[in-house]
Every structure is written in structure tokens, then in C-alpha cells.
Design a protein around this ligand. Structure first.
Ligand code: ARG
Length: 486
């Protein structure tokens, strides 16, 4: 996704580059790290996408070190020039990985030594990789929330557009996947706008959770140097500084918040995907996808499948797994940083990538899908959908609902047994079942009239749907404001 980091990082060429750079801990550990240990512990392949954020964090830290007099103007200039060059290398894919680069943070530091010389050794003053990685990840995650919110607004918009197009198209609503009562296509689609609006609230809250600066917390216990944390927070656009240095380096709740929001968003995408799969079956026949958005079978020549919708459904499983993986990683960790925390990135990145891609793909699918509103109307013309209306007709004439339910239920059973429908009964037959049926009962079975009757607030009736459409516009605007950090 777009919040990802620089795409191209050149492959290491061990022979050409010769010996490894010494480890940052070479003073303490004298033996070179085993190559197998290096391979096992490296996170570069995953955290390389934090490169731009790592450089941004380092530049802000260096500027602050200059402001408190730890760096001279010349030292700061040398560091900043080097860091800017590294940012350019990361962005244009010319950054060369060296063997032994353990993660993006050590890779950037190693490159800074190559470009700026020994002054690079001043950058890590008052900073640990523990507060550095937490800062980088929060910068990345905040942008990821913005991106997810924009993608959510896009899907809401496509649902709203299609709903507005089919404001009064009747369709059967289902419970237990059995035809239940009259709804409209618009009402059905707007239900998803509501679901994604709740997802947007969760993502907005996750964005707020990200908006806190860990830098200045050091390894776990801050620093003896007079670090100006507020200045760094301002520079990086964080709303506040983390209040407790131990919490700051151990906390990954913000990553859980995003992944949890992604998991539930994917559950909603999965349900929408399932509807599209069902609706595109010959049994329903409610939708068809353009050939450009369908897939075929390698064996059965006649097949046209909704694989995109199935994958939206299928990938929800992986994102739920990401959430479980992250929670499980955190649950046994004593304060503060433990290397286990390196495992936070794969699930977070995967959840964000998968959810953003799924939201965007479903946006496209909803935009191009053909709704066969005649097929929906035919299905919605099943008079049984108005059985409840007939019972409520009796209620209006003073019959207790339970009794009315029994009377109409018996009529349904009788008509089914004789191959008839409720709509075929004449007034005398209704009144034979109950004298409380008035002449209006025979007019209950027109689908459009049935829809118009259901105009209770929140119902599928046309006036209610118009109100929902106005509300959906406001919900989408709210999602967009949350994306902008509002
Ligand atoms: N790659 C590590 C991570 O993602 C960086 C932090 C390493 N810190 C340490 N104390 N070993 O968590």
C-alpha cells in the first residue's frame, strides 16, 4: 500500500562489499555473530519498509540534539545531509543492503557512517533502538490508519452511490437465509455503510492511539541528557509525548488497535463478499459481474466465478490470525522491551495491506456489479413476505399479535398444502379465518406498496432510505475527517 516504504532496496553482494561492518555492540561481544544467528534474528526483510520513517525520526532527533547543544551546527549539518541522502536512496531504490544489516535501523546507521564518517556516531546519543523502533512504527501506523480510512470512505461511497441508484428497488430480506420480509436493495447496501462507519470509528481511535512519541524514552529509563521531547514530538507531528518511558518502549497496543479494527473490517468485507457470491449464483441470480471482474474455470467451460468476493471472504481469516498472533506475542512479556516485539510488524503490516487491498477491490466490485433488480423484484413478489403484514393488519383491527400470528400461520400452511399463495385468497377466505380481516388485506401483496408501508425510522421504506442516504453522506464525511486526523 502507499504507506509502505520504499520499494526497491538493492540485493546485498557479499563478495563485492567484503567484510561486514562491526556490530553496534562490538565493544561488549568480541566474537563475530554466527551467520545462522544473523539470518535467524534479522528483521530487515520485514522492517525495510520503515526506512522513510526511520530517517524522519533520526532527522528530528538530530535537530533536537543540536538545539540542546549536544551537536555543533557543523555536526548537525553533516548528519542531516547524510540522512537526506539515505532517504533519497531508499526512495529511489538505490539503497544497498550490507551483509550483517540486522534491521532497517542498523542499516541506516551503517550507511550514515559510510556517507558522513565518524560523526554518525553522535546520532544515537540519548536514543535506543527500543524507542527508535517504537517511534518508527507509530509513524508508519498513523499513516496506515489514514490510508485505511480513505479506503473505507471509498467503499462507503460506492455503496451509497449504488443505493441511491436503487432507492426503491424491492428485494427479499432474509433471516436464516430464508425469505423473510420486504426490504430494498438500497436498504441492504446501506446496512454495509453503517458497518463500515463503525469500522471507521475504530480506525480513527487507533489513529489517535498511534499519535504519541516514544522517542526520548531510551532503552527503557529515559536519559541523563536534557532531551527536548516536546520539540521532537512537534517536529514529527505527534500530538503528545509518551508519559512513561517503560510503557513507551513496551507498548504495542496501538498496533493491536489497528489490527483489531482491520480484523472486524475484514469480517464486514467477508460478509459483503459472501452476499456477492450468493447473489451471483444461478439460485439467486441477483447480480452479475462484468467479465473483467470475474474468473473462469480451468475445466468447466461454462463457469463464471466471483473469486474476488471469495478472496475477500477468505482473507478475513488471515487478518483475524494477525490479531491473534499479535495478542499472543504480547501476552507473556515482562516489561520492557523484549526481542519478541520484533514479531509485531509482520501481523500489523499484513493486516493493513490485506485490509486496504480488500477495501479497494470491493469498492471496485460494488461500482461495476450489475444488480438484476427485475430478478430481485420477482423474488420479492413472493406473497409470503407479507405474512407479517397480514398479522399486523389484524393487530390494527384489535387482535393480539400472538393470536394474529397463529391465524396467518395457519393460512400460510393451508395455502402451501393446496399449492396456492396468500395473494390468491379472496376476502371471504380471509374472513373465514378471522372476521377481523378488513377489505384492505387483499391489497397487501404489491411489493412496492409493501415497501412503502415499512417507513418506520430505520426501516426499508423510501422515506427512511432517503433519510439514511443523507446520513450516509455525513458518515462518509466523518470518515474523511478522521483520515485527516480530525
Ligand atoms: N529489529 C528490532 C525490533 O524490531 C529492533 C530493536 C532491537 N532492540 C534490541 N534491544 N535488540 O524490535
Amino acid at each position: 500500500m502507499s504507506s509502505g516504504a520504499p520499494s526497491g532496496v538493492a540485493t546485498p553482494d557479499r563478495r563485492a562489499r567484503g567484510a561486514r561492518a562491526p556490530k553496534v555492540w562490538a565493544g561488549r561481544l568480541s566474537a563475530p555473530t554466527s551467520e545462522r544467528v544473523e539470518a535467524y534474528t534479522s528483521s530487515f526483510a520485514v522492517d525495510r519498509r520503515l526506512g522513510a520513517d526511520d530517517v524522519a525520526g533520526s532527522r528530528a532527533h538530530a535537530r533536537m540534539l543540536r538545539s540542546i547543544g549536544v551537536l555543533t551546527a557543523a555536526q548537525h549539518r553533516a548528519l542531516d545531509t547524510g540522512l537526506r541522502a539515505i532517504a533519497a536512496e531508499l526512495a529511489n531504490g538505490t539503497f544497498v543492503v550490507a551483509p550483517g544489516d540486522e534491521d532497517i535501523h542498523t542499516a541506516v546507521e551503517r550507511r550514515l557512517f559510510e556517507l558522513a564518517g565518524p560523526v554518525a556516531g553522535m546520532l544515537h546519543t540519548g536514543r535506543s533502538r527500543n524507542d527508535q523502533v517504537a517511534t518508527d512504527l507509530r509513524l508508519w501506523a498513523r499513516r496506515a490508519c489514514t490510508d485505511l480510512l480513505i479506503a473505507t470512505a471509498g467503499l462507503q461511497e460506492s455503496l451509497l452511490t449504488r443505493a441511491a441508484e436503487h432507492r426503491t428497488a424491492p428485494m427479499p430480506g432474509y433471516t436464516h437465509l430464508q425469505r423473510a420480509q420486504m426490504v430494498s436493495l438500497a436498504h441492504h447496501l446501506l446496512a454495509y455503510v453503517e458497518m463500515f462507519a463503525r469500522d471507521a470509528l475504530r480506525l480513527g481511535a487507533a489513529r489517535v492511539a498511534c499519535d504519541e512519541l516514544p522517542l526520548g524514552s531510551g532503552a527503557l529509563a529515559g536519559s541523563t541528557l536534557p532531551l527536548d521531547r516536546e520539540r521532537v514530538a512537534d517536529e514529527l507531528g505527534f500530538a503528545r509525548i509518551a508519559a512513561n518511558s517503560m510503557d513507551a518502549v513496551a507498548d504495542r497496543d496501538f498496533a493491536v488497535d489497528i489490527t483489531a479494527a482491520c480484523a472486524l473490517t475484514m469480517v464486514h468485507c467477508s460478509r459483503l463478499g459472501e452476499e456477492l457470491v450468493l447473489w451471483s449464483s444461478a439460485e439467486f441470480g441477483f447480480t452479475s459481474l462484468p467479465d473483467s471482474h470475474a474468473t473462469g474455470s480451468s475445466l468447466m467451460p461454462q463457469k463464471k466465478n466471483a473469486d474476488v468476493a471469495e478472496l475477500a471472504r477468505g482473507r478475513s481469516g488471515r487478518v483475524i490470525g494477525d490479531l491473534v498472533a499479535l495478542l499472543t506475542t504480547l501476552k507473556g512479556l515482562p516489561l520492557t522491551y523484549n526481542r519478541d516485539l520484533q514479531e509485531d510488524k509482520e501481523p500489523l503490516f499484513d493486516a493493513v495491506d490485506t485490509t486496504a487491498a480488500t477495501l479497494r477491490m470491493l469498492t471496485e466490485l460494488i461500482t461495476v456489479v450489475h444488480f438484476d433488480i427485475d430478478a430481485m423484484r420477482r423474488a420479492a413478489s413472493d406473497p409470503a413476505l407479507q405474512a407479517t403484514d397480514a398479522a399486523e393488519h389484524l393487530v390494527a383491527n384489535g387482535v393480539p399479535f400472538r393470536e394474529a400470528h397463529g391465524i396467518v400461520g395457519a393460512l400460510v400452511a393451508r395455502t402451501l398444502a393446496t399449492g396456492r399463495t396468500l395473494a390468491s385468497l379472496d376476502l371471504a377466505e380471509w374472513q373465514a379465518a378471522s372476521p377481523r380481516f378488513g377489505p384492505g388485506v387483499v391489497d397487501l401483496f404489491d411489493p412496492d406498496a409493501a415497501l412503502r408501508r415499512r417507513d418506520v425510522p430505520g426501516g426499508p421504506g423510501p422515506r427512511s432510505v432517503s433519510r439514511q442516504i443523507t446520513r450516509a453522506r455525513a458518515l462518509i464525511a466523518r470518515t474523511r475527517r478522521a483520515a485527516a486526523g480530525g
